[in-house]
Write a protein that binds this ligand. Sequence first.
Ligand code: ATP
Length: 443
Amino acid sequence: MAKTSNDLMDRLVSLCKRRGFVFPSSEIYGGLGSCYDYGPLGVELKRNIKDFWWTTMTRKRDDIEGIDAAILMHPKVWEASGHVAGFTDPMVDCRTCKARFRADQLDEVRCPNKPSKSPIENNCDLTEPRMFNLMFRTFMGPVEDDSSVVYLRPETAQGIYVNFHNVLQPSRQKIPFGIAQIGKAFRNEITPGNFIFRTREFEQMEMQFFIHPSEDDKWYEYWKEQRWQYYLDLGIREEKLRFEDHGPDELAHYAKKAVDIEYEFPFGWKELEGIHNRTDYDLKAHMETSGKDMRYFDDQRKEKYLPYIIETSAGCDRTLLTVLVDAYREEEVKGEKRVVMSFSPRIAPIKVAVLPLVKKDGMPEIAREIYNDLKKNFKCFYDESGAVGRRYRRQDEAGTPFGVTVDGQTKEDETVTLRHRDSMEQDRVKIAELKNKILRELQ
Ligand code: ATP
């Protein structure tokens, strides 16, 4: 890994801590392996990403419904889905330092005793690979025995499949249609890492699209295009994205076709989202295991069949990391370093900072009034402490796209300056026109 890439991740992690985006969970106790908490800015950014996904996938469409299924599901769900038997990764242990690695990622990890080398390069004394199930197990009720085992869901998708008919009937949808869900998933990853890229607790944003089996290729291509466009609309640079097809020997047990949308992170090209043709694998498995008829009656085709499913499965935390990495810029302005998070204004945690130029001459009062008015529409931040240049820099690091400054002229003609984060250009705008101008720029 190039040194500069490591540096970039280090600088980003430190900015996330400093500005309150993300920090290690239970930090005062030394943290907990790969668990992270989202701070005031992180939680806004995450919420905006989820809202953007939800709006794109459900509100702007007539053919996708939402659902929010429970995290704990009947254990038979995970037997039917194949997770109890097969949701495993191959694991190896080092006999010398006792570290544990994923056998298929040995070239990507570092030997704890010699961080400059991978366990292979270092000739570590590794055990043969053993299969390790990634599902977290817990017990339901007061008795801890095999009959009370339940799992923390490792994916949100199964909550959609088992509810196929529950959603179909009240929504009166007809195939083709989809069901979308955002929710937590848990995987006991052997080697989590790269900040929030791979964690043991994470959120997924998944959509399952139910179709007639004869139309699977058409819908698979359609969803590839839609999901690509989604990342562009999210403001991600197109040259940092690529499709990576799964070859026949890489396909998951349920998939007929699969492609990942990958992003070029500082630590290499990595999966951001998977698009899968899952065929009728899941509905068939649940029909066999539950004994319930999962088929769909198509009144136009006069045919009863098990629909095929095209799945789009994105990680919310991983999208957030992508957005952070993609937005991070360092620039030199008048001989000084400026760090700016160039988030798309749509998802920026704070939209507008309102600043009086100085803390006197009635400026704070006017600025407060503007702030109180704008915050009805946007997430705003009021700041009167320190030199205005320093305040702008703080907002640049927070990724705030607009800065409104009240100055000496404001009292004379009821105008303020509107500063644009990326260009740093400032327009003079009438206070009465501020809200609509910002609204237009957020479209
Ligand atoms: P990988 O090969 O990286 O383990 P996967 O192919 O198992 O991932 P999927 O099961 O397709 O991943 O999950 C869909 C999406 O959920 C991924 O594209 C990713 O964005 C997210 N995701 C999966 N595992 C994790 C994790 N441990 N931490 C954060 N996000 C995850």
